[in-house]
Write a protein that binds this ligand. Sequence first.
Ligand code: GLU
Length: 495
Amino acid sequence: MVATKAKSASVRVRFPPSPTGHFHVGGARTALFNWLYARQHGGKFILRIEDTDAERSDQKYEIELVEALKWLGLDWDEGVDWQLVNHEWQGSSRGEHGPYRQSERAPVYKRYLEKLLHDGKAYYCHCTKEDLEAERQAQLAEGMPPKYSGHCRNLTESPRGKKPELIRFKTPEARMEFKDLIRGTVSFDASLFGDLVIARSVESPLYNFAVVVDDYEMKITHVIRGEDHLPNTPKQILFARALGFPEPLYGHLPLILASDRSKLSKRFAEVSMLKYRDEGYLPEAMANFLAFLGWHPKDDREVFSLEELKGEFDLKRVQKAGAVFNQEKLDWLNAQHMRRLSIDELLNRLQPFLGEKGIAAPKSFVRKVIAAERERMKTLGDFLKLAGFFFELPDYDAALLVWKGNSMARIKEVLEKILARLEKSRASDFSREKLPGAVAELIKEYDRGAVLWPLRVALSGQSASPDPLAIAGVLGKEETLRRVTAAINKIGLAL
Ligand code: GLU
Protein backbone atom coordinates (compact mmCIF):
# COMPACT_ATOMS: atom_id res chain seq x y z
CA MET A 1 0.00 0.00 0.00
CA VAL A 2 2.93 2.29 0.55
CA ALA A 3 3.92 4.16 -2.58
CA THR A 4 7.52 2.98 -2.59
CA LYS A 5 6.80 -0.65 -1.86
CA ALA A 6 5.96 -1.67 -5.42
CA LYS A 7 9.42 -0.63 -6.55
CA SER A 8 11.24 -3.00 -4.28
CA ALA A 9 8.74 -5.84 -4.55
CA SER A 10 9.38 -8.68 -7.00
CA VAL A 11 7.68 -8.83 -10.37
CA ARG A 12 3.89 -8.53 -10.31
CA VAL A 13 2.07 -8.44 -13.63
CA ARG A 14 -1.59 -8.47 -14.49
CA PHE A 15 -3.93 -9.60 -17.19
CA PRO A 16 -7.06 -7.44 -17.05
CA PRO A 17 -9.55 -8.42 -19.78
CA SER A 18 -12.91 -6.77 -20.23
CA PRO A 19 -15.61 -9.46 -20.48
CA THR A 20 -17.27 -7.83 -23.46
CA GLY A 21 -16.39 -10.35 -26.17
CA HIS A 22 -14.70 -13.65 -26.90
CA PHE A 23 -11.27 -14.37 -25.47
CA HIS A 24 -9.36 -14.27 -28.71
CA VAL A 25 -5.83 -14.47 -30.03
CA GLY A 26 -4.86 -10.90 -29.00
CA GLY A 27 -5.97 -11.31 -25.39
CA ALA A 28 -4.47 -14.78 -25.16
CA ARG A 29 -1.10 -13.53 -26.44
CA THR A 30 -1.12 -10.74 -23.81
CA ALA A 31 -2.04 -13.23 -21.08
CA LEU A 32 0.73 -15.61 -22.15
CA PHE A 33 3.48 -12.97 -22.29
CA ASN A 34 2.52 -11.70 -18.84
CA TRP A 35 2.33 -15.21 -17.43
CA LEU A 36 5.73 -16.15 -18.89
CA TYR A 37 7.28 -12.98 -17.52
CA ALA A 38 5.86 -13.61 -14.05
CA ARG A 39 6.77 -17.27 -13.95
CA GLN A 40 10.34 -16.80 -15.14
CA HIS A 41 10.92 -14.08 -12.53
CA GLY A 42 9.30 -15.97 -9.68
CA GLY A 43 6.69 -13.21 -9.67
CA LYS A 44 2.91 -13.06 -9.52
CA PHE A 45 0.37 -13.12 -12.33
CA ILE A 46 -2.84 -11.33 -11.39
CA LEU A 47 -6.13 -11.85 -13.20
CA ARG A 48 -8.50 -8.90 -13.01
CA ILE A 49 -11.84 -8.72 -14.76
CA GLU A 50 -12.49 -5.16 -15.95
CA ASP A 51 -16.26 -5.14 -15.90
CA THR A 52 -16.99 -1.53 -14.99
CA ASP A 53 -19.00 -1.22 -18.19
CA ALA A 54 -22.01 -3.13 -16.88
CA GLU A 55 -23.96 -2.81 -20.11
CA ARG A 56 -21.34 -4.40 -22.30
CA SER A 57 -19.96 -6.90 -19.79
CA ASP A 58 -21.35 -10.41 -19.77
CA GLN A 59 -20.49 -13.17 -17.32
CA LYS A 60 -20.49 -15.74 -20.08
CA TYR A 61 -17.32 -14.15 -21.47
CA GLU A 62 -15.70 -14.22 -18.04
CA ILE A 63 -16.44 -17.93 -17.77
CA GLU A 64 -15.11 -18.54 -21.27
CA LEU A 65 -11.95 -16.67 -20.38
CA VAL A 66 -11.34 -18.66 -17.21
CA GLU A 67 -11.91 -21.94 -19.03
CA ALA A 68 -9.55 -20.89 -21.81
CA LEU A 69 -6.80 -19.76 -19.42
CA LYS A 70 -7.05 -23.10 -17.64
CA TRP A 71 -6.93 -24.92 -20.97
CA LEU A 72 -3.79 -23.02 -21.97
CA GLY A 73 -2.22 -23.79 -18.59
CA LEU A 74 -1.97 -20.14 -17.52
CA ASP A 75 -2.70 -20.24 -13.81
CA TRP A 76 -3.09 -17.05 -11.85
CA ASP A 77 -2.21 -16.00 -8.33
CA GLU A 78 -4.29 -14.38 -5.62
CA GLY A 79 -7.81 -13.18 -6.34
CA VAL A 80 -11.06 -13.44 -4.47
CA ASP A 81 -12.12 -16.57 -2.66
CA TRP A 82 -14.29 -18.01 -5.41
CA GLN A 83 -14.10 -20.88 -7.79
CA LEU A 84 -15.88 -21.85 -10.96
CA VAL A 85 -18.17 -24.86 -10.51
CA ASN A 86 -20.44 -25.97 -13.36
CA HIS A 87 -20.15 -22.61 -15.05
CA GLU A 88 -21.04 -20.67 -11.90
CA TRP A 89 -18.84 -18.89 -9.42
CA GLN A 90 -19.25 -20.31 -5.93
CA GLY A 91 -17.67 -19.58 -2.58
CA SER A 92 -14.58 -21.74 -2.34
CA SER A 93 -13.41 -23.76 0.60
CA ARG A 94 -10.67 -25.33 -1.44
CA GLY A 95 -8.49 -22.29 -1.64
CA GLU A 96 -9.00 -21.82 -5.38
CA HIS A 97 -9.09 -18.22 -6.45
CA GLY A 98 -11.48 -16.48 -8.74
CA PRO A 99 -10.21 -13.35 -10.43
CA TYR A 100 -10.50 -9.86 -8.99
CA ARG A 101 -13.46 -8.01 -10.43
CA GLN A 102 -13.64 -4.25 -10.81
CA SER A 103 -17.40 -4.32 -10.28
CA GLU A 104 -16.72 -5.49 -6.71
CA ARG A 105 -14.22 -2.73 -5.94
CA ALA A 106 -16.26 0.48 -6.25
CA PRO A 107 -15.41 1.67 -2.68
CA VAL A 108 -11.70 1.55 -3.52
CA TYR A 109 -12.06 3.80 -6.56
CA LYS A 110 -14.33 6.12 -4.61
CA ARG A 111 -11.62 6.73 -2.03
CA TYR A 112 -9.15 7.87 -4.67
CA LEU A 113 -11.68 9.94 -6.61
CA GLU A 114 -12.54 11.79 -3.42
CA LYS A 115 -8.86 12.34 -2.75
CA LEU A 116 -8.30 13.94 -6.16
CA LEU A 117 -11.40 16.13 -5.72
CA HIS A 118 -10.26 17.10 -2.24
CA ASP A 119 -6.73 17.94 -3.44
CA GLY A 120 -8.16 20.13 -6.22
CA LYS A 121 -6.69 17.86 -8.89
CA ALA A 122 -10.11 16.89 -10.20
CA TYR A 123 -13.42 18.70 -10.39
CA TYR A 124 -17.10 18.21 -11.11
CA CYS A 125 -18.11 19.17 -14.59
CA HIS A 126 -21.67 20.40 -15.11
CA CYS A 127 -21.56 20.62 -18.85
CA THR A 128 -24.27 18.58 -20.48
CA LYS A 129 -23.85 16.41 -23.55
CA GLU A 130 -25.46 19.20 -25.57
CA ASP A 131 -23.05 21.83 -24.15
CA LEU A 132 -20.10 19.65 -25.03
CA GLU A 133 -21.37 18.90 -28.52
CA ALA A 134 -21.93 22.61 -29.20
CA GLU A 135 -18.39 23.35 -27.98
CA ARG A 136 -16.99 20.63 -30.21
CA GLN A 137 -18.79 21.87 -33.29
CA ALA A 138 -17.57 25.43 -32.67
CA GLN A 139 -13.96 24.23 -32.36
CA LEU A 140 -14.23 22.14 -35.53
CA ALA A 141 -15.72 25.11 -37.39
CA GLU A 142 -12.64 27.13 -36.44
CA GLY A 143 -10.41 24.31 -37.68
CA MET A 144 -9.19 23.46 -34.16
CA PRO A 145 -8.78 19.91 -32.83
CA PRO A 146 -11.66 19.42 -30.40
CA LYS A 147 -10.90 19.24 -26.68
CA TYR A 148 -12.74 20.26 -23.55
CA SER A 149 -12.40 24.02 -22.99
CA GLY A 150 -12.06 23.69 -19.22
CA HIS A 151 -15.31 25.59 -18.68
CA CYS A 152 -16.02 24.09 -15.23
CA ARG A 153 -12.38 23.93 -14.06
CA ASN A 154 -12.45 27.02 -11.91
CA LEU A 155 -16.09 27.23 -10.83
CA THR A 156 -16.28 28.13 -7.16
CA GLU A 157 -19.86 26.96 -6.76
CA SER A 158 -22.24 24.70 -8.69
CA PRO A 159 -24.21 26.51 -11.35
CA ARG A 160 -27.78 26.81 -10.16
CA GLY A 161 -30.16 24.06 -11.30
CA LYS A 162 -27.39 22.04 -12.95
CA LYS A 163 -26.38 18.62 -11.62
CA PRO A 164 -22.75 17.53 -11.92
CA GLU A 165 -22.49 15.32 -14.99
CA LEU A 166 -18.92 14.06 -14.79
CA ILE A 167 -15.67 14.20 -12.85
CA ARG A 168 -12.74 15.63 -14.78
CA PHE A 169 -9.03 15.51 -14.15
CA LYS A 170 -7.03 18.75 -14.32
CA THR A 171 -4.65 17.68 -17.06
CA PRO A 172 -1.31 19.52 -16.86
CA GLU A 173 -0.30 21.28 -20.08
CA ALA A 174 3.00 19.55 -20.65
CA ARG A 175 4.95 17.29 -22.89
CA MET A 176 5.71 14.00 -21.23
CA GLU A 177 7.62 10.86 -21.98
CA PHE A 178 8.08 7.36 -20.69
CA LYS A 179 10.40 4.51 -21.48
CA ASP A 180 8.59 1.60 -22.99
CA LEU A 181 10.26 -1.80 -22.46
CA ILE A 182 9.67 -2.71 -26.10
CA ARG A 183 9.35 0.57 -27.98
CA GLY A 184 11.95 2.68 -26.19
CA THR A 185 11.19 6.34 -25.37
CA VAL A 186 7.63 7.38 -26.21
CA SER A 187 6.58 11.01 -25.88
CA PHE A 188 3.21 12.71 -25.82
CA ASP A 189 1.85 16.22 -25.68
CA ALA A 190 -0.58 16.13 -22.76
CA SER A 191 -1.87 19.60 -23.59
CA LEU A 192 -3.78 17.99 -26.48
CA PHE A 193 -5.87 15.88 -24.10
CA GLY A 194 -7.85 18.62 -22.39
CA ASP A 195 -9.25 17.89 -18.93
CA LEU A 196 -9.94 14.16 -19.06
CA VAL A 197 -13.13 12.56 -17.77
CA ILE A 198 -12.21 10.07 -15.05
CA ALA A 199 -15.65 9.18 -13.66
CA ARG A 200 -19.36 9.68 -14.07
CA SER A 201 -19.60 10.06 -10.29
CA VAL A 202 -17.49 8.96 -7.31
CA GLU A 203 -19.36 5.67 -7.50
CA SER A 204 -18.68 5.17 -11.16
CA PRO A 205 -15.08 5.51 -12.36
CA LEU A 206 -14.08 5.16 -15.99
CA TYR A 207 -11.65 2.59 -17.32
CA ASN A 208 -8.45 4.66 -17.34
CA PHE A 209 -8.90 5.73 -13.74
CA ALA A 210 -9.90 2.34 -12.33
CA VAL A 211 -6.89 0.73 -14.03
CA VAL A 212 -4.47 3.13 -12.36
CA VAL A 213 -5.96 2.56 -8.92
CA ASP A 214 -5.98 -1.21 -9.35
CA ASP A 215 -2.45 -1.37 -10.71
CA TYR A 216 -1.31 0.55 -7.64
CA GLU A 217 -3.40 -1.35 -5.10
CA MET A 218 -2.31 -4.66 -6.64
CA LYS A 219 1.32 -3.49 -6.60
CA ILE A 220 1.76 -4.09 -10.32
CA THR A 221 5.37 -3.61 -11.38
CA HIS A 222 5.06 -4.23 -15.15
CA VAL A 223 2.15 -3.39 -17.43
CA ILE A 224 2.53 -5.58 -20.51
CA ARG A 225 -0.31 -5.12 -22.97
CA GLY A 226 -1.23 -4.61 -26.62
CA GLU A 227 -0.06 -1.62 -28.57
CA ASP A 228 -3.70 -0.53 -28.95
CA HIS A 229 -3.43 0.67 -25.33
CA LEU A 230 -0.50 2.99 -26.05
CA PRO A 231 -2.73 6.13 -26.17
CA ASN A 232 -4.00 5.29 -22.65
CA THR A 233 -0.57 5.09 -21.10
CA PRO A 234 0.26 8.83 -20.80
CA LYS A 235 -3.18 9.45 -19.31
CA GLN A 236 -2.69 6.67 -16.79
CA ILE A 237 0.77 7.98 -15.91
CA LEU A 238 -0.69 11.45 -15.29
CA PHE A 239 -3.32 10.02 -12.93
CA ALA A 240 -0.72 7.93 -11.12
CA ARG A 241 1.50 10.99 -10.65
CA ALA A 242 -1.41 13.07 -9.34
CA LEU A 243 -2.18 10.35 -6.80
CA GLY A 244 1.47 10.00 -5.79
CA PHE A 245 1.69 6.40 -7.02
CA PRO A 246 4.94 4.90 -8.29
CA GLU A 247 4.78 4.28 -12.04
CA PRO A 248 4.92 0.70 -13.22
CA LEU A 249 7.14 -0.13 -16.20
CA TYR A 250 5.24 -0.36 -19.48
CA GLY A 251 5.74 -2.69 -22.42
CA HIS A 252 3.43 -2.51 -25.43
CA LEU A 253 3.21 -5.66 -27.55
CA PRO A 254 3.08 -5.32 -31.33
CA LEU A 255 -0.18 -5.48 -33.25
CA ILE A 256 -1.19 -8.81 -34.73
CA LEU A 257 -1.51 -8.56 -38.50
CA ALA A 258 -2.78 -10.70 -41.39
CA SER A 259 -0.17 -12.35 -43.63
CA ASP A 260 -0.29 -9.43 -46.09
CA ARG A 261 0.42 -7.14 -43.10
CA SER A 262 -3.07 -5.64 -43.24
CA LYS A 263 -5.36 -5.54 -40.22
CA LEU A 264 -6.23 -9.07 -39.07
CA SER A 265 -9.77 -9.85 -40.23
CA LYS A 266 -12.51 -10.65 -37.73
CA ARG A 267 -12.54 -14.21 -39.02
CA PHE A 268 -9.20 -14.77 -37.26
CA ALA A 269 -9.00 -11.93 -34.75
CA GLU A 270 -12.23 -12.71 -32.95
CA VAL A 271 -12.16 -16.48 -32.83
CA SER A 272 -12.56 -17.70 -29.26
CA MET A 273 -9.68 -19.70 -27.81
CA LEU A 274 -12.27 -22.32 -26.88
CA LYS A 275 -13.11 -22.77 -30.55
CA TYR A 276 -9.51 -23.79 -31.19
CA ARG A 277 -9.75 -26.20 -28.28
CA ASP A 278 -12.99 -27.63 -29.67
CA GLU A 279 -11.48 -28.03 -33.13
CA GLY A 280 -8.72 -30.11 -31.60
CA TYR A 281 -5.72 -27.83 -31.31
CA LEU A 282 -3.46 -28.77 -28.42
CA PRO A 283 -3.01 -26.11 -25.75
CA GLU A 284 0.77 -26.46 -25.94
CA ALA A 285 0.65 -25.83 -29.71
CA MET A 286 -1.57 -22.80 -29.22
CA ALA A 287 0.75 -21.37 -26.53
CA ASN A 288 3.72 -22.02 -28.83
CA PHE A 289 1.92 -20.23 -31.67
CA LEU A 290 0.96 -17.27 -29.46
CA ALA A 291 4.52 -16.94 -28.18
CA PHE A 292 5.76 -16.41 -31.72
CA LEU A 293 3.32 -13.55 -32.29
CA GLY A 294 5.92 -10.88 -31.66
CA TRP A 295 8.70 -12.91 -30.10
CA HIS A 296 11.30 -15.34 -31.38
CA PRO A 297 14.11 -17.20 -29.65
CA LYS A 298 17.84 -16.67 -30.19
CA ASP A 299 18.16 -19.64 -32.54
CA ASP A 300 15.84 -21.07 -35.18
CA ARG A 301 14.03 -23.60 -33.01
CA GLU A 302 10.29 -23.34 -33.36
CA VAL A 303 8.66 -26.07 -31.29
CA PHE A 304 8.42 -25.27 -27.57
CA SER A 305 6.29 -26.59 -24.75
CA LEU A 306 4.96 -24.10 -22.22
CA GLU A 307 7.68 -25.25 -19.83
CA GLU A 308 10.35 -24.72 -22.50
CA LEU A 309 8.93 -21.28 -23.30
CA LYS A 310 9.28 -20.38 -19.64
CA GLY A 311 13.00 -20.97 -19.95
CA GLU A 312 13.42 -19.33 -23.33
CA PHE A 313 11.06 -16.36 -23.47
CA ASP A 314 12.66 -12.95 -23.17
CA LEU A 315 10.73 -9.69 -23.19
CA LYS A 316 13.82 -8.02 -24.62
CA ARG A 317 13.41 -10.08 -27.78
CA VAL A 318 9.84 -8.89 -28.39
CA GLN A 319 9.72 -6.96 -31.64
CA LYS A 320 8.18 -3.56 -32.34
CA ALA A 321 6.98 -4.46 -35.82
CA GLY A 322 3.57 -6.06 -36.29
CA ALA A 323 3.36 -9.82 -35.72
CA VAL A 324 1.92 -11.88 -38.55
CA PHE A 325 -0.84 -14.39 -37.83
CA ASN A 326 -0.27 -17.47 -39.95
CA GLN A 327 -2.86 -20.22 -39.79
CA GLU A 328 -0.59 -22.72 -41.60
CA LYS A 329 2.02 -22.18 -38.91
CA LEU A 330 -0.54 -23.00 -36.22
CA ASP A 331 -1.52 -26.20 -38.06
CA TRP A 332 2.13 -27.14 -38.49
CA LEU A 333 2.90 -26.52 -34.82
CA ASN A 334 -0.11 -28.55 -33.81
CA ALA A 335 1.07 -31.50 -35.91
CA GLN A 336 4.55 -31.16 -34.37
CA HIS A 337 3.16 -31.17 -30.84
CA MET A 338 0.93 -34.15 -31.59
CA ARG A 339 4.03 -36.04 -32.71
CA ARG A 340 5.65 -35.29 -29.38
CA LEU A 341 2.85 -37.12 -27.53
CA SER A 342 2.89 -40.84 -26.79
CA ILE A 343 0.05 -42.95 -28.22
CA ASP A 344 -1.46 -43.21 -24.73
CA GLU A 345 -1.33 -39.46 -24.21
CA LEU A 346 -2.88 -38.90 -27.65
CA LEU A 347 -5.60 -41.39 -26.76
CA ASN A 348 -6.28 -39.34 -23.65
CA ARG A 349 -6.48 -36.07 -25.53
CA LEU A 350 -8.65 -37.65 -28.23
CA GLN A 351 -11.41 -38.72 -25.84
CA PRO A 352 -13.75 -35.81 -26.70
CA PHE A 353 -13.17 -36.41 -30.42
CA LEU A 354 -13.68 -40.17 -30.65
CA GLY A 355 -17.39 -40.23 -31.40
CA GLU A 356 -19.70 -43.01 -30.18
CA LYS A 357 -18.08 -45.78 -32.22
CA GLY A 358 -14.59 -44.78 -31.17
CA ILE A 359 -15.54 -44.72 -27.52
CA ALA A 360 -17.23 -48.12 -27.75
CA ALA A 361 -14.24 -49.71 -29.50
CA PRO A 362 -11.63 -51.56 -27.39
CA LYS A 363 -8.78 -49.27 -26.29
CA SER A 364 -6.16 -51.57 -27.81
CA PHE A 365 -7.84 -51.17 -31.22
CA VAL A 366 -8.10 -47.36 -30.90
CA ARG A 367 -4.41 -47.22 -30.01
CA LYS A 368 -3.56 -49.02 -33.25
CA VAL A 369 -5.81 -46.69 -35.24
CA ILE A 370 -4.03 -43.69 -33.70
CA ALA A 371 -0.63 -45.13 -34.56
CA ALA A 372 -1.76 -45.62 -38.18
CA GLU A 373 -3.28 -42.14 -38.53
CA ARG A 374 -1.20 -39.79 -36.38
CA GLU A 375 1.04 -38.63 -39.23
CA ARG A 376 -1.95 -37.52 -41.28
CA MET A 377 -3.68 -35.58 -38.49
CA LYS A 378 -3.29 -31.81 -38.16
CA THR A 379 -5.73 -31.49 -35.29
CA LEU A 380 -7.41 -33.88 -32.88
CA GLY A 381 -10.63 -32.94 -34.66
CA ASP A 382 -9.25 -34.53 -37.85
CA PHE A 383 -9.24 -37.92 -36.19
CA LEU A 384 -12.77 -39.08 -37.00
CA LYS A 385 -12.68 -37.49 -40.46
CA LEU A 386 -9.53 -39.43 -41.28
CA ALA A 387 -9.94 -42.57 -39.21
CA GLY A 388 -13.73 -43.00 -39.02
CA PHE A 389 -13.58 -45.83 -41.60
CA PHE A 390 -11.67 -48.03 -39.15
CA PHE A 391 -14.74 -48.05 -36.93
CA GLU A 392 -17.35 -48.21 -39.65
CA LEU A 393 -16.79 -48.73 -43.37
CA PRO A 394 -18.46 -45.88 -45.26
CA ASP A 395 -20.57 -46.66 -48.29
CA TYR A 396 -18.70 -46.19 -51.56
CA ASP A 397 -19.23 -46.66 -55.26
CA ALA A 398 -18.00 -49.88 -56.93
CA ALA A 399 -16.32 -47.72 -59.61
CA LEU A 400 -13.92 -46.37 -56.97
CA LEU A 401 -12.35 -49.83 -56.68
CA VAL A 402 -11.09 -49.70 -60.26
CA TRP A 403 -7.44 -48.80 -60.76
CA LYS A 404 -6.69 -46.81 -63.93
CA GLY A 405 -6.37 -48.83 -67.13
CA ASN A 406 -8.12 -51.86 -65.60
CA SER A 407 -11.60 -53.25 -66.17
CA MET A 408 -14.02 -53.96 -63.34
CA ALA A 409 -13.82 -57.67 -64.17
CA ARG A 410 -10.04 -57.63 -63.82
CA ILE A 411 -10.21 -55.82 -60.49
CA LYS A 412 -12.76 -58.38 -59.26
CA GLU A 413 -10.31 -61.09 -60.24
CA VAL A 414 -7.51 -59.32 -58.31
CA LEU A 415 -9.67 -58.92 -55.23
CA GLU A 416 -10.62 -62.60 -55.31
CA LYS A 417 -6.97 -63.55 -55.45
CA ILE A 418 -6.16 -61.15 -52.59
CA LEU A 419 -8.95 -62.75 -50.58
CA ALA A 420 -7.59 -66.23 -51.23
CA ARG A 421 -4.08 -65.18 -50.14
CA LEU A 422 -5.27 -63.42 -47.03
CA GLU A 423 -7.48 -66.34 -46.04
CA LYS A 424 -4.38 -68.49 -46.02
CA SER A 425 -2.37 -66.04 -43.89
CA ARG A 426 -2.28 -66.58 -40.16
CA ALA A 427 -4.20 -64.06 -38.06
CA SER A 428 -0.97 -63.28 -36.22
CA ASP A 429 0.63 -62.24 -39.53
CA PHE A 430 -1.83 -59.37 -39.94
CA SER A 431 0.62 -56.54 -39.47
CA ARG A 432 2.20 -53.89 -41.67
CA GLU A 433 5.52 -55.75 -41.36
CA LYS A 434 4.38 -59.26 -42.25
CA LEU A 435 1.54 -58.75 -44.74
CA PRO A 436 3.62 -57.63 -47.76
CA GLY A 437 4.68 -61.26 -48.24
CA ALA A 438 1.05 -62.26 -48.78
CA VAL A 439 0.55 -59.95 -51.74
CA ALA A 440 4.08 -59.81 -53.20
CA GLU A 441 3.42 -62.30 -55.95
CA LEU A 442 0.15 -60.68 -56.93
CA ILE A 443 1.91 -57.34 -57.25
CA LYS A 444 4.41 -58.96 -59.62
CA GLU A 445 1.59 -60.54 -61.64
CA TYR A 446 -0.69 -57.48 -61.92
CA ASP A 447 1.21 -54.37 -60.73
CA ARG A 448 1.29 -52.35 -57.52
CA GLY A 449 -1.61 -50.06 -58.28
CA ALA A 450 -3.89 -52.82 -59.53
CA VAL A 451 -3.43 -54.71 -56.25
CA LEU A 452 -3.02 -52.04 -53.57
CA TRP A 453 -5.59 -49.55 -54.92
CA PRO A 454 -8.63 -51.86 -54.80
CA LEU A 455 -7.41 -53.17 -51.46
CA ARG A 456 -7.21 -49.61 -50.13
CA VAL A 457 -10.73 -48.81 -51.29
CA ALA A 458 -12.11 -52.14 -50.08
CA LEU A 459 -10.68 -51.55 -46.59
CA SER A 460 -11.30 -47.80 -46.24
CA GLY A 461 -14.07 -46.93 -48.68
CA GLN A 462 -12.02 -43.92 -49.73
CA SER A 463 -9.24 -42.87 -52.07
CA ALA A 464 -6.88 -41.41 -49.45
CA SER A 465 -5.86 -43.48 -46.46
CA PRO A 466 -2.80 -44.90 -44.74
CA ASP A 467 -1.03 -47.81 -46.48
CA PRO A 468 -3.70 -50.51 -47.10
CA LEU A 469 -1.50 -53.19 -45.54
CA ALA A 470 -1.25 -51.06 -42.39
CA ILE A 471 -5.05 -50.79 -42.39
CA ALA A 472 -5.34 -54.57 -42.71
CA GLY A 473 -2.90 -54.89 -39.80
CA VAL A 474 -5.12 -52.69 -37.62
CA LEU A 475 -8.42 -54.29 -38.71
CA GLY A 476 -7.14 -57.83 -38.22
CA LYS A 477 -7.90 -60.92 -40.31
CA GLU A 478 -11.62 -61.29 -39.77
CA GLU A 479 -12.64 -57.72 -40.52
CA THR A 480 -10.21 -57.47 -43.46
CA LEU A 481 -11.69 -60.57 -45.08
CA ARG A 482 -15.19 -59.26 -44.46
CA ARG A 483 -14.41 -55.95 -46.19
CA VAL A 484 -12.64 -57.56 -49.17
CA THR A 485 -15.57 -59.96 -49.61
CA ALA A 486 -17.99 -57.02 -49.50
CA ALA A 487 -15.95 -55.28 -52.24
CA ILE A 488 -16.08 -58.39 -54.45
CA ASN A 489 -19.87 -58.57 -53.99
CA LYS A 490 -20.20 -54.86 -54.75
CA ILE A 491 -18.37 -55.32 -58.07
CA GLY A 492 -20.38 -58.45 -58.77
CA LEU A 493 -23.59 -56.40 -58.53
CA ALA A 494 -22.16 -53.61 -60.70
CA LEU A 495 -20.92 -55.88 -63.53
N1 GLU B 1 -9.40 -4.06 -19.95
C1 GLU B 1 -8.55 -3.74 -21.04
C2 GLU B 1 -8.88 -4.58 -22.24
O1 GLU B 1 -9.51 -5.60 -22.13
C3 GLU B 1 -7.09 -3.94 -20.72
C4 GLU B 1 -6.52 -2.86 -19.92
C5 GLU B 1 -5.04 -2.87 -19.69
O2 GLU B 1 -4.32 -3.79 -20.08
O3 GLU B 1 -4.59 -1.92 -19.08
O4 GLU B 1 -8.50 -4.23 -23.33
